[in-house]
Design a protein. Sequence first.
Length: 135
Amino acid sequence: VNLETTCSSANVIAKDSDNVYTVNKYGKGEVHFINADIENYYSDIINAHDSDLYLVYKNFFALLSLPLYVNSKYCAVTFHTLNNGNKGVFITSLGEEKEVELTGNFEIKDVKFATIKDRKLTFDSCFAYLEIAIK
């Protein structure tokens, strides 16, 4: 089945004959949409994390102005706005990572389930929580 649609409000960032990447305003933020089967492809390949597929995400997130970057292809990161205006950051190690480097424009306010020294985060287990202020 081939379903053709028209993009009425989103900005088309890139497209080819089969896929499209769009950005649309949503509330105070943006929604980024890629209709490629990246997640299926990534989860169906044995040892996909050892391939260059993670570069899709690395290049995608490089376009965003995030306050903190985790320099590892084996970590998942989520950001949450806290009532005090700071960001809550959950970092989950998806592999054997015990230590990762953090970069960005932030100040650490609190750390749970890890230790940080010289912008290197060492996991106590497989995840960490940070509260950061954006500089």
